[in-house]
Design a protein around this ligand. Structure first.
Ligand code: FAD
Length: 398
């Protein structure tokens, strides 16, 4: 195992840095760093800049507009963009649906949907979870009944991230009720801009509108929007989930957050001295940093194995558990470091495009919302308890 990057990979890193230096506006990066909210238009503009460079979907095959980057290049990209505080891209189409389409879709489906992801025509969201069907996903009840050349869909999805922005949703739907639950599920694409689709906001602890409930009442979608075969959707759904967990180690994001934590600890004081000099607090920051360094090494080991052709199956569960826990710890320390400035809720300062003056230092308003929002990390993408079950079975073989 060699954890050093090759000369080619280092050259690639410099190319990425040069691109970020020219394409990423400093004020946008600063707003991302401070946890301010971005508008849909800002996210789309950043995605358009990446698309113009050919780097919006670099993991895709070249024939569909990708770059076929190696796993090492993808790691470097994720790391460098997080460190530079670039806006995140929306993963649902580019990183989740696209691999499913590329592996299981018809040529017609690929030629139609993939270019629309690259040119920003579609904003995708994920319709997997339902009330009563989260960890136990096979319990979904939303039905799709064939009617001529269409399916008619009825039911409810929940926790649908960014569903308020989306015009398209990929859904798991029940198409049969016989046999094993997993054998009656299909994977289908649905246009959200039609009567019978209702999106209702769920406001999260941090006051943000990020997730939604989506209701379907006699909603229609052409049979051509079925991916693969009817009732085999479970296979495609599981394939997608391995992609959803990829990148959940959040190494770059945690390195960036740790930098902010250290800045806060250098600035805020306790007993007249910088908090960074308080032995108890400094020890906690050091422990988080050591955990993060360990996580980075483990991630590089998995990347090295994957670069050599190994599949990062259950290891992605391990990275998800550790990565989300380390990130939550850093967010928690930031909130503690702020002291009384952690208390005021300042949504006006965080709103897209706002120049409102914060109460306290510029870094204050984003910290508690980020801490509260970060509670989701150990729940979504498969809860950490469920990931531990996977590790127990697949790695420890217990
Ligand atoms: C912010 C956010 C965004 C999300 N975005 C989306 C999205 O865009 N699209 C989408 O489809 N879904 C989304 N989800 C849903 C997410 O996938 C589910 O919340 C997750 O799968 C957990 O399901 P649940 O909420 O129903 O909890 P439950 O499954 O009811 O779990 C409740 C608790 O029981 C534990 N538990 C459950 N089963 C087991 C078990 N077998 N062993 C041990 N412990 C267990 C869990 O770990 C958890 O602590 C999102 C969730 C959040 C919080």
């Amino acid at each position: 195992m060699d954890l050093n990057f090759s000369a080619d990979d280092e050259a690639f890193r410099q190319e990425v840095r040069a691109f970020l230096a020219s394409a990423l506006a400093p004020d946008l990066a600063e707003r991302v760093r401070l946890g301010k909210r971005l508008s849909k238009a800002e996210t789309e503009a950043w995605q358009a800049a990446l698309s113009a460079r050919g780097w919006l979907a670099p993991h895709w095959p070249k024939e569909y507009g990708g770059q076929e980057w190696s796993v090492t290049q993808r790691f470097i990209w994720d790391y460098e963009t997080s460190l530079a505080n670039a806006p995140p891209t929306i993963a649902f189409g580019l990183k989740m649906l696209a691999p499913v389409l590329i592996k299981f879709g018809t040529e017609e489906q690929k030629r139609y949907w993939l270019p629309r992801m690259l040119n920003g025509s579609d904003w995708w969201c994920q319709g997997y979870s339902e009330p009563g069907a989260g960890s136990d996903l096979a319990a979904i009840k939303t039905t799709a009944v064939r009617d001529g050349d269409e399916y008619v869909i009825n039911g409810q999805k929940t926790w649908t991230s960014f569903g308020q922005h989306a015009n398209m949703i990929f859904c798991l739907v029940r198409t049969a009720n016989t046999g094993k639950r997993q054998e009656g599920i299909s994977f289908i694409l649905v246009d959200m801009n039609q009567p019978g689709v209702e999106v209702r906001p769920i406001i999260t602890l941090d006051g943000a509108h990020e997730v939604n409930e989506v209701f379907f009442t006699d909603v229609r979608t052409p049979v051509g929007n079925l991916i693969g075969e009817e009732n085999l959707g479970w296979t495609y759904a599981k394939f997608l989930l391995t992609y959803e967990r990829t990148g959940m180690a959040m190494v770059g994001a945690s390195v960036s957050a740790l930098e902010l934590l250290k800045e806060i600890a250098r600035t805020e004081t306790k007993g007249g001295r910088p908090l960074a000099e308080d032995p108890y607090f400094a020890a906690r920051v050091a422990r988080a940093e050591i955990e993060l360094e360990n996580l980075k090494t483990t991630t590089l080991r998995v990347v090295d194995a994957a670069a050599a052709g190994g599949a990062p199956g259950a290891e992605s569960s391990m990275l998800k558990v550790k990565g989300t826990e380390v990130h939550q710890e850093i967010l928690g320390l930031m909130r503690r470091a702020l002291g009384p400035y952690a208390l005021p809720f300042q949504p006006g300062v965080l709103a897209p495009g706002s120049n409102a003056e914060p109460v306290g230092p510029a870094y204050a308003p984003g910290v508690t919302p980020a801490y509260l929002n970060g509670r989701k990390l150990t729940i979504y993408g498969g809860s950490n308890e469920v990931q531990r079950n996977i590790i127990t079975k697949a790695i420890l073989r217990l």
